[in-house]
Design a protein around this ligand. Sequence first.
Ligand code: ZN
Length: 313
Amino acid sequence: MAPAPCPACGGALRPWRTVPTSDASLPGVFELLRCASCGSAVTAGAPPTFEDAHDGGSYATRRPRGSGLAAPLLHAFDRQRLRLLARHGARTGRLLDAGAGRGRFVAAAAAAGWDAGGMEPAARGVEAARDVYGVQLQRAGIEDAAVDPGSVDAITLWHVLEHVEDPPATLRTLRDWLRPGGLVLIGVPNVRSLQARIGGDRWFHLDVPRHRTHFSPEGLARAAEAAGLEVVAFHGVLLEHNPFGMWQSVVNRLSGTTSYLYYLLKRSAPLRLRPLAITLASLPLLPGLAALELAAGARGRGGTMVLVARRPR
Ligand SMILES: [Zn+2]
């Protein structure tokens, strides 16, 4: 049987590298294949079940450690996402956050004047959105959601596309929801980033086996175009995931552990002295690595990227 083609561009996939899981709740070593045409990569093998991958472990919706302290930072992340929309002319109307998690961004968009909603397949996300933010999410995956065609002014697809099995099908669905001229922001990790190169098989944003497609900018643009979307812009200087991802990738590389602090904060790693000591000793590296990451992002090599695309008028 011929191997499946690249989900981003349809090119040929070849063996690339093996990668250890970062999450003790999903143990194993996973093979990555890479596309000879667009440079995107794919996690080989069957995906984990939805319950294992997204309703437990670090994705369980218990309150993360330190989340009260993080609130101002989370507001800043949401404001940057809203500014990206505004910069490309989307300031008002109906907004959907597809794969809305706990609904935090839907609440932020509503507070900024959008008629905001979203859908989320995980029951615990929908419950947390209602209880924490007073947001009513539609409990559905993108393929099953009830949205009228051509009814939406803006969609945010934030760290969702790397999780789906058929990215072009997901993008075609979003395109159909948009009114002509409507915008979609697609945020995903960038496999061509500087931090991906530094982190190697312990790059923070690999997150195998949850992440199925590891997009290059070229692959993401081709997938969007194949779905009938028009590429408007790329952004790579992003506060939300990038400086932390660079620092964590360096710590992973130095310590031989994978994202220990992240999973400790998400309450899915036990308290252990050695990785904690290495992590704490690496904290002074954070400002310098954040500056390095922002410089890389300005050159299109940020750890995550946002593609802004439009349904043609
Ligand atoms: Zn490809």
